[in-house]
Design a protein around this ligand. Sequence first.
Ligand code: AMP
Length: 456
Amino acid sequence: MTSFNDFGLHADINRALAAKDYTTPTPIQVQAIPPLMKGRDLCGIAQTGTGKTAGFSLPSIHHLLTYPHRATPRGCRMLVLAPTRELAAQIAQSCRDYGRFTKLSISTVFGGVPINKQIRDLSQGVDILVATPGRLLDLIDQRALRLDDVEIFVLDEADQMMDMGFIHSLRRIAKLLPSRRQNLFFSATMPKEIAGLADQFLNDPVTVSVAPQATTAEKVRQQISFVEQKEKQALLHHVLKTEEIDRALIFTRTKHGADRVVRHLAGAGIQAYAIHGNKSQAQRTTALQAFRSGQVRLLVATDIAARGIDVSGVSHVINFEIPNVPEQYVHRIGRTARAGAEGIAISFVAPDEKAYLRDIERVTRTRAEPVKLPDGFNEMVRNLPKPVQAPRNTGGKGRDPQRQREDAQRRSGEKPNRGPRREAPAGEGAQPQRKRRFRPRRGGVGAHKGAVTRVG
Ligand code: AMP
């Protein structure tokens, strides 16, 4: 099976694939599409980046087109559950792309945005609904959504769902689904408890796997540097200066850690955005769009926020802190080297992280190539520019990060580079709605709508 035409997909789908220039199905697509076309349940062990979204959405769209009927009011024919808003939005976009020559209706529901529009969108019923579990249950509780007509149920990134504590929500949702339905279950890893969850959802499934459990993404060159925690920022600045970086994702373990890295980079005049759970949806969307479009090359992220992010051209993944769960390492480095491209993963390991490193090496059965600290590193640590300050509750000129960046550039003898005001110097997307309401007197540069005024 070497061509999409061999699957017997609906002509409108083949047209959309041709428009996207997809010629050859990926391994997960080759394995998953034929049994799904026959209506079988499926358990897929695959990471993001393998083409699994098309693997499950193409045969599902084919089913919806082959058995056409209107969705019932407040109902949906296909339900896709994803752990994060970003992933949900991305899956919905893929479905729109693959269904662009059809009249299928596709909606997303997730938290962090007003619920009323979602209630209106669902009132007539939709063909495909992509949702995160929490908001889905809110809508069900408000009687804006019912699941008794779901024909296809997809649970994506099940391992991440478990990590995020969605297990009770999933159990509740499972009880609301009709017993006759097709089930698709995807997870990057399949430890025992995930296999148990799969058992609850699946009925005589076909199991497909594109990589053995927790196999490190092929084609990723893994490097490692041993460095004190407090010296990592200097090493990061060195790496950013010396590596040929198209786009880099920098991972920290905590949200505050991500903000701190961004503030330090801003202090050195290096533009970066942070994306994590404390950011508003508007900020997360702005950061992701800026990263996707190439407006910023650096995105500093926590694991959960970065899950499922599909941005092509990520040349480097930098583990500023290595994860304490080995599977998370696999997910992180899977962000680079996507769609056949080569990628580099660089990990900074502090003495107290060595135990985590051993776990990662055991699970991935690989060893990263050690890279020595650069000559003159102590000097670099001593000369590290000061971070811009974290925002306080009061606004004002002194907290304007662009001004602080300019000050930092002046201090280092550079001519300040005054970019357009609307560009974020660091850290954030749009001002969070809720906070703006509590700061009515905020004046100064950047207080106008859509501007970015704060860091961290
Ligand atoms: P996914 O694993 O579903 O997140 O897909 C990873 C990326 O591969 C996405 O950008 C897809 O648009 C792209 N993709 C999926 N299937 C194919 C294919 N058969 N040929 C080329 N690109 C693909």
